[in-house]
Design a protein around this ligand. Structure first.
Ligand code: AHG
Ligand code: MN
Ligand code: MN
Length: 335
C-alpha cells in the first residue's frame, strides 16, 4: 500500500478545503525538508561533532548547545530564498531576521524554536523543532518586530518535528492535526495519523515535580489531588511522565492524552513562566486545540494572549480538555 506523502496531503488540503495557498504549502515543505537535515545532524551525534556546548549564550541568557546553533542556521538558510517569507524570528536570535534584499519578499512570518529540549541532546533522549507561521499584517513594505506580535489564534500553520525513536512531523493548518513519519529509505514524510484527537479525560500528568515547593496554590492543589490517588478527591490513581523536552511531552499527549504544565513559580515572581509564548506555547496550543484539547495560562486561553514582546514567556497548562479546565478553574473559581 502506498502512503500519502506530505506533499500530497498539502495539495489535497489546498484543493478540497482551500486552506493552504501555494506559498504556504511551499513554506511548510521547506521547513519539513530542513527538519530532515536537522534529523541527520541529531542522529550523527558524537560522530558529527554536534554534541556539547557552543560556548555562547542566547538573548535569554541560556547557554547554547552546538545543535541549537546548527538547527537555527539550517532553518535560516533554507527559508531565506523561497520568496514566501517576509521575516523570521527564533528563540536563538536576539531580533527578527529579515529576508535579504537579493530575494523576493513574501507575505508570511516564520517563528521557531530550532531545537527544543536542549538538556536532552547529550543524553540521547528525544528532542525537537517547533514552528509557527503568521501572516504579515497590512500591505506596507518592510517588516518590524511589531508585525510578529499577534495572538496565537492568528497562526495559519504550526507544527513540530520530534527526533525520537522515529522522526515525526506533526502539523496543523487549522483543519485538524496530521502526523507524518520520516521514511528514511524513501527520504520522504508519510502520513501515519490523521484527525488526531486528545482524549478529554486522563490519568497522566507531566510537570517538573522538583519545583513543587515554588508553585502557586492552584497548581499545588491540582497535583496534590492527583497524588492522593484512589483515596483522594479524584478517586483514581494518576501516573507521571516528564521527558523535559516539550516536544516529546506534547507528542505523548497528542498520542494518548494527558496534561502538561510549566507553571509560574515564586522564585522569579515577575517572570510569567519558563516557556516562550511565540516559539513554544502558541504553536503547541494551536495543535492541542485542533486535536480537541485545551491550553491556558491558568486564567486565559493561550491563543488569545496578546504578546507584548518577541521573547515573551508564559505559564502553560495544556492537554486533555477536562483536566485543563479543572486546573484553570482552580485559578479562577466561579462565583
Ligand atoms: P529549550 O531547550 O528550547 O530551551 O526548551 C526546553 C524547555 C522545554 O522543552 C521543557 O519542557 C523544559 O524546558 C524543561 O525544563 P526543566 O527540565 O528545566 O524543567
Ligand atoms: Mn524549547
Ligand atoms: Mn530551544
Amino acid at each position: 500500500m502506498s502512503r500519502v506523502s506530505l506533499t500530497q496531503y498539502l495539495v489535497e488540503q489546498q484543493r478540497e478545503h482551500g486552506h493552504i495557498p501555494g506559498e504556504l504549502r511551499l513554506l511548510i515543505e521547506v521547513v519539513a525538508r530542513t527538519c530532515k537535515r536537522i534529523a541527520i545532524s541529531v542522529n550523527k551525534g558524537a560522530l558529527g561533532d554536534v554534541l556539547g556546548s557552543a560556548g555562547t549564550a542566547n538573548v535569554q541568557g541560556e547557554v547554547q548547545k552546538k545543535l541549537d546553533v546548527i538547527a537555527n542556521e539550517l532553518l535560516l538558510e533554507a527559508n531565506e530564498w523561497g520568496g514566501n517569507l517576509a521575516a523570521m524570528a527564533s528563540e536563538e536570535m536576539d531580533t527578527i531576521h529579515l529576508v535579504p534584499n537579493r530575494y523576493p519578499q513574501g507575505e508570511y512570518l516564520l517563528l521557531y524554536d530550532p531545537l527544543d529540549g536542549s538538556s536532552n541532546i547529550d543524553v540521547n533522549v528525544s528532542i525537537g523543532t517547533i514552528f509557527s507561521v503568521l501572516k504579515k499584517p497590512g500591505t506596507q513594505q518592510g517588516v518590524s518586530e511589531a508585525d510578529f506580535l499577534q495572538p496565537g489564534q492568528s497562526q495559519v500553520a504550526a507544527g513540530y518535528c520530534v527526533y525520537g525513536p522515529q522522526t515525526m512531523l506533526v502539523l496543523t493548518v487549522g483543519d485538524g492535526v496530521a502526523m507524518f513519519t520520516l521514511d528514511r529509505e524513501m527520504g520522504s514524510w508519510s502520513l501515519t495519523a490523521e484527525n488526531v484527537r486528545i482524549p478529554e479525560d486522563t490519568k497522566e500528568f507531566a510537570i517538573n515535580m522538583s519545583n513543587l515547593r515554588h508553585w502557586a496554590p492552584p497548581v499545588r492543589r491540582y497535583i496534590d489531588e492527583c497524588l492522593a490517588g484512589t483515596t483522594g478527591p479524584r478517586k483514581k490513581d494518576f501516573n507521571m511522565r516528564w521527558v523535559a523536552s516539550m516536544v516529546a511531552d506534547v507528542h505523548r499527549i497528542l498520542t494518548r492524552g494527558g496534561i502538561f504544565m510549566y507553571p509560574w513559580d515564586q522564585r522569579e515572581p515577575d517572570k510569567p513562566g519558563k516557556l516562550r509564548l511565540m516559539y513554544e506555547a502558541n504553536p503547541m496550543a494551536f495543535l492541542v486545540e485542533q486535536a480537541g484539547g485545551a491550553a491556558t495560562n491558568g486564567v486565559q486561553r493561550i491563543l488569545e494572549l496578546q504578546p507584548g514582546k518577541l521573547h515573551e514567556r508564559v505559564s502553560v497548562i495544556l492537554g486533555s480538555k477536562n483536566e485543563v479546565e479543572r486546573v484553570t478553574g482552580y485559578h479562577t473559581p466561579r462565583p
